[in-house]
Write a new protein. Structure first.
Length: 367
C-alpha cells in the first residue's frame, strides 16, 4: 500500500490503518463516533493526501479545461474554486473534481485517489489530441493535503494566520504562510462544516500537522479518519466516487445537472448529456430516510409496487439524526420527493421515504 507523508504520525496518534484505494489510511483514531462528534461540535483534522493533485498551466489552459470539464471554468475568478466533473464520450463520470484558479492560466485540480492516474493520463491524452503545449503535472507526491473541519476551525487557523483568513468566503483560496510554510488555504471541505483544506509541501506536512494539533487541542481538536469523513459527507448527501458516481453513471442520472454548464458550446460528453436531459433518464439518484430503525448499506435492493426498482449506492445510520439515511438509484417514476419505497435489509422490507438533500441542516451561525 502507498503511504502519505503523515503515515508515521497516524501510527503515533494510534490510528487504525486500512487499505483505501491502495493507500494505507487511518480509518479512525479515538473512534469513528468520537471523531464525527468532534467535527460537528469542535473540530477534526484529516489527512487527505491520498487525493490526487494535478496542475494544468500554460496558454490555452482555460479553453482546454472548458473542453474537458462539465462546469463553466470561465466563472472561476482568481483564487477561487469550482466543483465540476470530467465525463467520457458517453457522458459517464470519469471523476468529480475541484478546480482552483491560481493565476490567469494556472489551475490546480483535486481528483479522487482512485482516479489519480486515470485522470492524469486522460488529461495528457486530450491535450495532445487538441495539439496544445500545456504543462500538465502530477503534483500529488510533492504536495500534501490536510482538511481542518468544524465550528472551531476558524479560531484554530486564526491563531496561525491572523485575521487575514477570516476574509475567505466559501470556495475562495489564498496563498499564505502557515508556521513558516508556504500553503494554499481554501474554504472547502467534505463535511458540511465550516473548514479549510491546506495544500503544502509534502516534506513539511508533519510539521504543520503537529502545529495545528497543538494549537487546536484547547479548542477540542481531534485527528479524524476516513470512517468519520464518510458519515459526515453522507449527512450532506455528497457523492462518493465508486458508489454514487462511476463511468456508467451520468451527471443527469446523478441529479448533478447543476454541475453542467449547458450554455457551453462543446465539452466531452455533451451530446449524450443534452439528449438525456431532453428525454429524461430512466433512472435517478435519490436521497431517502428509513421510517423505522435500521441501517441501510451499499448494494441493498430498493423495491416498490412488488418489484425491484433500484439499489442503494451509499447508506448508513446518521449519528446526529439517529436514523438510517442513504442514496440510491431508482427508476425515474419513483424519484419524486415524498415517494415511499421499501429497502431490503437482511431479509426484511423496511419502509423509506424519498427526501430532499441535505439530510442534516446545521443552524446558520456563520456566513
Amino acid at each position: 500500500m502507498k503511504r502519505t507523508p503523515l503515515y508515521e504520525a497516524h501510527l503515533a496518534y494510534s490510528g487504525k490503518i486500512v487499505d483505501f484505494a491502495g493507500w494505507a489510511m487511518p480509518l479512525q483514531y479515538s473512534g469513528v463516533l468520537d471523531e464525527y462528534n468532534a467535527v460537528r461540535n469542535t473540530a477534526g483534522l484529516f489527512d487527505v493526501s491520498h487525493m490526487g493533485r494535478i496542475q494544468v498551466e500554460g496558454k490555452g489552459a482555460l479553453t482546454y479545461l472548458q473542453l474537458v470539464t462539465t462546469n463553466d471554468v470561465e466563472k472561476i475568478s482568481l483564487l477561487n474554486s469550482q466543483y465540476s466533473m470530467i465525463c467520457n464520450q458517453e457522458g459517464g463520470v470519469k471523476d468529480d473534481i475541484f478546480i482552483y484558479r491560481l493565476a490567469e492560466e494556472n489551475f490546480l485540480l483535486c481528483v479522487n485517489a482512485s482516479n489519480r492516474e486515470k485522470i492524469f493520463n486522460w488529461l495528457q491524452q486530450q491535450s495532445k489530441e487538441q495539439m496544445l503545449s500545456l504543462k500538465i503535472e502530477d503534483k500529488s507526491e510533492s504536495l500534501a493535503q490536510l482538511a481542518l473541519q468544524g465550528p472551531a476551525a476558524p479560531a484554530i487557523i486564526r491563531q496561525e494566520l491572523g485575521e487575514e483568513v477570516d476574509c475567505l468566503k466559501p470556495r475562495q483560496c489564498a496563498e499564505l504562510n502557515l508556521s513558516g510554510v508556504s500553503t494554499l488555504i481554501t474554504r472547502t471541505g467534505y463535511t458540511g462544516e465550516r473548514g479549510y483544506e491546506l495544500y503544502l509541501p509534502s516534506d513539511q506536512a508533519v510539521e504543520v500537522w503537529e502545529k495545528i494539533m497543538a494549537v487546536g487541542k484547547p479548542h477540542g481538536l481531534k485527528p479524524a479518519g476516513l470512517g468519520a469523513r464518510d458519515l459526515l459527507r453522507l449527512d450532506m448527501g455528497y457523492f462518493l466516487y465508486g458508489n454514487d458516481l462511476t463511468e456508467e453513471i451520468t451527471p443527469v442520472e446523478a441529479g448533478a445537472e447543476w454541475l453542467v454548464s449547458w450554455g457551453k458550446m462543446e465539452f466531452v460528453g455533451h451530446e449524450v448529456l443534452r439528449r438525456q436531459k431532453a428525454q429524461r433518464p430512466t433512472k435517478r439518484l435519490v436521497a431517502f430516510e428509513l421510517l423505522s430503525k435500521a441501517v441501510p448499506r451499499h448494494g441493498m435492493k430498493i423495491k416498490a409496487d412488488g418489484m425491484e426498482i433500484g439499489e442503494i449506492s451509499s447508506g448508513n445510520l446518521s449519528p446526529i439524526l439517529q436514523k438510517g439515511i442513504g442514496l440510491g438509484f431508482v427508476l425515474s417514476p419513483y424519484a419524486e420527493v415524498g415517494t415511499t419505497v421499501d429497502v431490503e435489509i437482511r431479509g426484511r422490507s423496511v419502509s423509506a421515504k424519498v427526501v430532499k438533500l441535505p439530510f442534516y441542516r446545521k443552524p446558520k451561525l456563520f456566513a
